[in-house]
Design a protein around this ligand. Sequence first.
Ligand code: G
Ligand code: G
Ligand code: MN
Ligand code: NA
Length: 253
Amino acid sequence: ARLREDLPGACARGELAVAFQPVVSLVEQRIVGVEALLRWRHPELGEVPPAEFVPIAERAGVIGELQRWALDQAARAAVALPVLHAPLRLGVNISASHVAARTLVGDVAAVLQCTGLAPERLILEITEATLMAGTDDIAVDVEALRLMGVHVALDDFGTGHSSLTHLSALPIDVLKLDRDFVARVDRDPRSRALCESVIAIGRALGLDVVAEGVETPAQLGVLRGLGCGFAQGFLLSRPLRLSELTELLETGA
Ligand code: G
Ligand code: G
Ligand code: MN
Ligand code: NA
């Protein structure tokens, strides 16, 4: 109840922030993107994880506002980041209800316009469950976003029920391999086989595959051996504040 009451004003009170977790190319061996992750520092309760407050925001009907703010902040940050080789890509998580509310296309267009972020740099991370709910409305919106040049990632891939046939029909550019599979990739033959198939499917469909939640060199080694293109996780970098990310890029990590 406390969170539900405090959330609507949290943005205006400056309690929200966006953290950025680097995404690394395993081929180029450098940071090629970041995932924006919303943070709420409650004045009394401390850090509230998004897994807790995003569902509350959805039920309270303030997810649209929250999401617009996060998109705007993340895009502003992205255009101001130092460019080393190529401009970093920016992943932003989009919740199911925001997609369902049908304001996403307009919201994204407005943010691109206001910040000058190139659409090709933006990757909307949408979960398998949301995309698979696949009503025609959602398909129309996602198609409109891709026509604008924006990329779409299937987030938490492996946790839903996409069949291969269905996957090839989805309007996506990136597969994010769920960290549940990555966690045991170096120890459990089944996890390894699953990761191997996802990477192979990605290659067959021309999709980038990003392994999430990489925590150990052993996991990274196996994923690299399987031909996984990209990775993120605590081993490579935890989510960083903008100042930390800028410093990391400037000191050439
Ligand atoms: O950072 P953390 O691991 O606590 O994030 C937990 C979950 O919160 C992730 O599943 C992520 O997709 C979600 N999340 C983080 N930031 C945002 C955001 O800006 N919008 C939405 N809808 N979800 C987010
Ligand atoms: O659902 P989504 O993939 O958007 O969630 C990303 C979340 O995963 C973020 O909240 C981030 O803090 C968390 N995360 C990032 N790297 C790791 C990791 O290596 N291990 C674990 N357990 N969580 C991670
Ligand atoms: Mn994500
Ligand atoms: Na994910």
